[in-house]
Design a protein around this ligand. Sequence first.
Ligand code: SF4
Length: 824
Amino acid sequence: MAFAEQIKKLEQEGWTKHPVACTMCGAFCGLVEMRKEGEPVSEKTVRIFPNPGHPQQGYCGRSAATMWVWNHPLRLKKPLKRVGEKGEGKFKEITWDEALDGIAGQLKTIVEKYGESSIASTSHTFSGFSKWITLPLGSPNNIGHASSCNAGGISGRHWVFGKGFDGAGKMEPDYANLRYLLLIGRSMGAAMGALHTLNIARANGARVVSIDPRMPDISYGDVDWVGIRPSTDAAFVMGLINRMIQDGTADFDFIQRFTNGAYLVRDNGRPLTQADVIEGGDKAKYVVANATGELSFRGLKKNEAGAVVFDEDPAFKAVLEGVAPVKLTDGTTIPVKTAYEVVKETAAPYTPEKVYEITGVEPGILLRIAKEFTNLKGVIDDGWYTSKNGTDVQLYQLICIANAMNGNIDIPGGLVVTAGAGFSVPSVSAGKGPNGEKWQMAKEKRIDKIVYPEASATFKVALQAAVTGKPYPIKGVFFVGTTMFHREANSQELAEQLKKLELCVVQDVLPQELVDYADYVLPATYFMERKEMAGVKWALNGSIYLSDPGLTPPKGCEARHDVWILLEILRRAFPEKAERVGYKECKTAEEFNKYFDAFTDKGFNKFLAKCESQKPGWAEKIKKDIETQGWSTIKTKKYNEYPYHKPFGTPSGKVEIYAFQSFKNEATEKAIAPVSGYIPSPAFTAPKKNSNEFILVSGKNCVTCSGLNMFTQPTRYLGDRTVWMNPVDAQRLGIRNGDMAEIEGIDTKYVGQARITVTKKVVPGAVFAFGFSGGNRTKHLVNDPEYQFVKEGINSHWFATGYAQPIFGNVANNSSVRIKKVRG
Ligand code: SF4
């Protein structure tokens, strides 16, 4: 029976319907919670369904396990205070008052001694609750998890599409209308809820090809899997670009008109500007030439309405190759190339044979994919969690360039700019409260931005500062719902850094490994127990949703809302700072919900008023949609806007297949080429061929791979905590399916154990393990024999060096390891 019918049937039987936005992995997919009223809440009386028709319809193995979290036997129920050594994981139960007063006292002492900036906070979800302590305190150090997730993708997109088009969900493949999708290292079974939409396109005949060292779960159906050596994806993409150029199948008209491909570049690689060729010319205007050598200038200007628009002669037919030397204002004549020519020269060495040598992908496969990609105007998915090798910004930059050269930008089935609903809830930001309050922040810059100026968020800098005191000391950290050992690479370093903190507070739902290092562990609610409203992130059209599951924590569990915990600590330490966000003591959960939900109501009412002023009657429709289905679509995506009529956020406003931003400063110039080639991974020692050394690759699937889900019983049976090895390698090492093996990090020397699955689903020379699948080393809080399975297997981050890419700060999670059989 279809989900919609099942839901209807339950409604007829008296079950109530509640919209939910899932955060089992953080993507806020649309679910429906069906509740059998009048009976005690359990996984039998609360059933979770995909929300039919929701623009980001959720459903994966993780969300199906939602209710196994609610009443989990290991659920953190009361505040805990450390009684053993840091890392020992020994705690005693204390009251909320004892915990909050104890933390507030330590917070005050640290801030008085070292200043506000010595306190940092971090979380994993888009709600970013952790900011509610650091920002009102005046510390800039609320730092997210991007460095271990999509930071490489953000920077790669930033370099090609520019500011405003690089963030999460802003540019996405048009999944619903795809003709052809190339997934490079991206498993659609991982987070970010686009799988359902993609499946609609697959049902309509879209082709999907996955290029990955391991066969991802999406390939178990009709998706082609092409195995590739780990960390060589950039060479494959370069091979693709080279083929498009050599075969003449690139979209040259798009390149000429809508990228900076025709822009002239000097012999030092820098763009030629109007100021170089005309006395008093504009440095922000770039130079193009036509077939007769005439020059023209392209730039940006503001129109009468104040909007930034292109400033160029649309009739000027710029050439992509063969421009004669150009005379400068000082009278000298210099040779020039077009940006496209530089791309062409950079890609030229990546012949199918060369690509095969680097990647192991047969020349015939590359040729076939290049043909399909261009014939069908396909798109390469540039997003989300993939295994990282420390050269990821360059890889994502190349993926964006390949998409642009295929002319698939902002067209149906291409890589498109999503519409966005324009809805926001008043919140706290640096120096600004949700009611318009203002305050002075500490003078220090956010600590990761000092070390990695282009970073989206590199939290590891804060923990390094806990040890070294540089660039300035960090003494206290609030970890809000984030499984650090499954998030940050190099677990050994992490453990040592955590021990150095004077104050380590962990707020969570289940006892993941980080709790062992906490001074205080505080039980928090999760998405089934709190209300939220926001824009739908991963959808083509702009929609808003309500998540209102309305459960309260189970009997005996004193879990509280993360923001209440943080604001109560702040109020007890610095009442005047809590008032910066309008917070005064809230004793009960109801009192707090009233305070916090008022922001949502305010944002929603303002939004409704805006919509009503645009179209009378619209506000009522939105309210009704939300009430009956939990979501409402506000804005329909218009295609062919960027870069046809509206500029991107790059210096030229065009899609930059040759990044002018690389010349931003000395550091960026050194860190990244305007168009990159393949760079072997600097993050780990390369393994010796045909030995017991391998690259350890991690990845996700649609069953496990969530910090909450890894504890649930469904994962015990559906999850996979083994390490995959190709039969060729297994035979050489005398390893059989199911054998227990010892795995040693070549660089980190860390040793772990896991069972081996011998399978052709991973390429020779690489081994694979699911991220978040197990390998939890929590010592004392997980002693229930039923849950020992969370300790099985390995966590790939134990073996990774934690290498962060200069300037950008995105971290590599792949590593190289030695493997030997322990027993059968
Ligand atoms: S992908 Fe799955 S776990 Fe993640 S938010 Fe969506 S439904 Fe939930």
